[in-house]
Design a protein around this ligand. Structure first.
Ligand SMILES: Nc1ncnc2c1ncn2[C@@H]1O[C@H](COP(=O)(O)OP(=O)(O)OP(=O)(O)O)[C@@H](O)[C@H]1O
Ligand SMILES: C=C(C)CCOP(=O)(O)O
Length: 292
């Protein structure tokens, strides 16, 4: 992906945290927000902020946005659409945006309520996207926000797409783009499961994989079976794992990626600790030359 912006690589970001849609919403129920989970996560962000860490939050869409995106097939774009189709899809595009903004408003308010100076940034209004991948976005603004001590809150969004006319940009892809342009120290994906299992966690005998090692080509030593929910238009855990692997490879292992659950007893450790413990019940994705 052709993202270039050398000077920003100097700016370091201690942590990028994804509030997964599976955590902050009930993905099975249309537009069902989980205020209790979000406010617990907001408290964790406050702890990071008070510890002097520079933080970026990205949240997924969960049951906001995915349903509308699926109904109007927004991620398939508009190429070849008839005039009628075009009108229909453009309407769907508006509904997706409004839906994710409802969730974004709730998430940002939850952060502000606990004292985090959160500021909303919608990729869809300023990011240039080509075939669902970010091509260009205003890094300078993000840098200024960070230098001012604000906590930027991005979200998965619908975007104008130079190839497809419109598409869906997952929060997972937003995180990968941030890691391509800034010196990010750690990424933590918070979901509704403890981490990555060798097979979908509802399968019998599913085993939590605590450390996944990636080689320079992005290959894993483990074989993993993944499933995604019917209403998810961005590929569920499959895209998350791919994004995590890409981040580890593109940063040459400098940025470890964690996937953990919102109810994990180790969430605070994962967010705040500089080191790592194999006792934590989470998944850590690292380069294969990392010893422990
Ligand atoms: N092998 C696997 N290991 C762990 N989770 C898996 C696996 N296969 C499928 N899953 C599912 O992945 C889901 C989490 O992925 P999902 O994409 O929903 O996360 P999210 O980032 O919270 O959502 P969103 O994309 O809406 O932000 C879990 O609910 C789990 O059931
Ligand atoms: C469905 C929309 C609009 C965004 C999807 O973002 P994600 O939930 O992070 O994959």
């Amino acid at each position: 992906m052709g993202i270039m912006c050398e000077p920003h690589m100097m700016t370091h970001i201690d942590i990028v945290i994804k509030f997964g849609g599976s955590a902050v919403t009930d993905k099975g129920c249309f537009e069902t927000y989980r205020p209790d989970v979000t406010s617990k996560l907001a408290q964790h962000v406050k702890d990071c902020h008070e510890a002097g860490m520079s933080c970026i939050i990205v949240h997924g869409a969960g049951s906001f946005g995915h349903h509308q995106a699926k109904e109007y097939a927004i991620n398939e774009g508009l190429r070849g659409a008839t005039k009628e189709d075009h009108k229909h899809k453009i309407w769907g595009y508006c509904l997706v945006r409004q839906s994710v903004l409802k969730l974004n408003n709730a998430v940002v308010n939850s952060l502000i309520d606990v004292g985090v100076p959160a500021i909303s940034i919608s990729p869809g209004t300023s990011w240039k996207v080509k075939d669902r991948q970010p091509l260009h976005w205003p890094h300078e603004v993000l840098e200024q926000y960070l230098l001012s001590g604000l906590v930027p809150v991005f979200h998965g969004d619908c975007c104008m797409d130079t190839d497809l006319t419109c598409s869906i940009l997952s929060g997972d892809t937003v995180i990968k783009a941030i890691c391509s342009n800034f010196n990010v120290k750690k990424v933590v994906f918070v979901t509704d499961v403890a981490g990555i299992y060798d097979r979908p966690p509802n399968f019998q005998d599913a085993k939590l994989l605590k450390t996944l090692k990636v080689d320079e080509r992005g290959d894993l030593t483990e074989s993993i079976q993944l499933s995604s929910s019917a209403n998810d238009v961005t590929g569920g855990m499959k895209l998350k794992l791919k994004s995590a692997i890409d981040i580890v490879v593109q940063t040459n292992g400098q940025c470890p990626v964690y996937i953990t659950g919102y109810s994990s007893p180790n969430l605070s450790d994962v967010l705040l600790c500089k080191g790592h413990s194999e006792d934590w019940n989470v998944t850590r994705i690292v380069k294969n030359d990392v010893s422990s």
